[in-house]
Design a protein around this ligand. Structure first.
Ligand SMILES: CC(C)(COP(=O)(O)OP(=O)(O)OC[C@H]1O[C@@H](n2cnc3c(N)ncnc32)[C@H](O)[C@@H]1OP(=O)(O)O)[C@@H](O)C(=O)NCCC(=O)NCCS
Length: 436
């Protein structure tokens, strides 16, 4: 009968050990018993960038990158995108079950109730330079919310945590919209609580002198779908930052700001901007074969293609492609979509991409949609941060409730000097220090 364990022989000592295998993993701490002698610290695992280390158990999001599967709480992303609103999915991620009608009504009312920002926040925003990047404003303002709600520090009170979660989900679109209005020099727009989550966000972004902003239904639904697709993606860089900072029992505002700071990096939240730039550079369908040739020669990368986890079609990209068609029915067809579709068609038939399992990822079509809807590229990462706030908070709650979690504190393999004799300043000669 299969034995769920791993036998290890330490060739340094000849000793044999048996460690348990659970859910396809061994506990790294079980390696610590493997020592060369009593003085030895014990064996560690070395894993820069967490390439093969599970940092938690989680019930929230499931990904199978080889099969192209993404599920929230067991529900396929395609099904949620087709049938749910973003706030319904937010409820699912946070509480584990889809809400019934009454629960959803209450949830939407509670989130809507928290869309207003303290008037001081406006002054805070006004202090930013006219050309500040919206993501810099977003991260700083989310952190600054702690100064308005200092009780958020009491993270051990479940009711208090829930209140802050509702505040954050309610306020991130307001902060995002303010950062955009600031960057274009328009007055801030207050939330309109008659509107849905995404309609209200569009209202705060684009309302000018009309008495009531009315969003195009196809565009607000498209934004809602994009928010669903971006709400969580298990232990990525931003989520890991949320859990890591939150593990020090830091409040949810500062923890969310830290996660958003991670998202701001071009390796994380910025690839859709690059994909859009690439499509602009290609210009027309006729230039696609020549561009593909350059990719295959290693001169450029096909941005929006390939993924560390997905070695199949990114399930989010499928939904986004469909959403793009709906958006362009409303806004008029943009030739960029034709270039993107042609790029995808040629790449998916080409041996180079087939062999390397390179498929479109979530960023391939999202930039084109955002631009068609009227967003500037600097706003793309902010658009990602709004829905991802829900995922961060769901993961933060799960981490706090997990009795196995402690403050996140990796080990290191020290490769520096052994102890050295101190030389007083006057006696130090020139040293061969690398140029600073
Ligand atoms: C996402 C990404 C960083 C994943 O990288 P990774 O898992 O480390 O994969 P690798 O870089 O090892 O790529 C494997 C092979 O595919 C090639 N490859 C990967 N992505 C490629 C792309 N977008 N265009 C062309 N070739 C690509 C690599 O050159 C490599 O080829 P080789 O085996 O001949 O050296 C990478 O696919 C990429 O840079 N994509 C473009 C940026 C992007 O869209 N990012 C958004 C991710 S959501």
């Amino acid at each position: 009968m299969a034995d769920n364990s791993l036998s290890i022989t330490d060739n340094r000592t000849g000793k044999a050990y048996k460690v348990a295998v659970e859910n396809g993993a061994i506990r790294a701490m079980d390696l610590r018993q493997i020592k060369t002698d009593a003085e030895d610290f014990g064996l560690m695992s070395y894993d820069p960038a967490f390439m093969n280390t599970a940092s938690c158990r989680s019930n929230i999001t499931y990904i199978d990158g080889d099969k192209g599967i993404l599920r929230y709480r067991g529900y396929p992303i395609e099904v949620l995108a087709e049938h749910c609103t973003f706030l319904e999915v937010a409820y699912l991620l946070l509480f584990g079950e889809l809400p019934n009608e009454k629960e959803l009504r209450n949830w939407v009312r509670e989130i809507t109730h928290h869309t207003m920002l303290h008037e001081n926040t406006k002054k805070f925003m006004e202090g930013f330079r006219y050309n500040a990047h919206p993501m810099a404003m977003f991260v700083s303002t989310v952190a600054a919310l702690l100064s308005v709600y200092p009780e958020a520090r009491n993270i051990h009170d479940a009711n208090n945590r829930l209140l802050q979660i509702k505040r954050l989900i309610g306020k991130v679109p307001s902060i995002a919209a303010m950062s955009y209005r600031h960057s274009v020099g328009f007055p801030y727009v207050y939330p309109d609580n008659d509107l849905s989550y995404t309609e209200n966000f569009m209202n705060m972004l684009w309302k000018m002198v009309e008495p009531k902003y009315v969003a195009h239904p196809a565009l607000s639904r498209a934004l809602d779908i994009l928010f669903i697709l971006h709400a969580d993606h298990e232990q990525n860089c931003g989520t890991n930052a949320m859990r890591s900072v939150g593990s020090a029992h830091t409040d949810p505002y500062l923890s969310t700001a830290a996660a958003a700071a991670a998202l701001a990096g071009p390796l994380h939240g910025g690839a859709n901007e690059e994909a859009l730039r690439m499509i602009d550079e290609i210009g027309s369908k006729d230039n696609v074969p020549a561009y593909i040739k350059r990719v295959k020669e290693g001169q450029v990368k096909l941005m929006g293609f390939g993924h560390r986890v997905y070695k199949n079609y990114d399930p989010r990209a499928k939904v986004i492609k469909w959403t793009a068609e709906q958006v362009f029915e409303a806004t008029g067809r943009n030739p960029k979509l034709d270039v993107a579709v042609e790029l995808e068609r040629i790449a998916l038939e080409d041996e180079y991409f087939v062999k390397r399992k390179l498929y479109p990822n979530v960023d391939f079509y999202s930039g084109i949609i955002y631009q068609a809807m009227g967003f500037r590229p600097e706003m793309f990462t902010v658009l990602f941060a709004i829905p991802r706030t829900v995922g961060w908070l769901a993961q933060w709650q799960e981490m706090l409730a997990d009795s196995e979690q402690k403050i996140a504190r990796p080990r290191q393999v020290y490769t520096g000097h052994g102890v050295r004799e101190f030389v007083p300043l006057a006696k130090r000669g020139a040293t061969a220090v690398p140029a600073r």
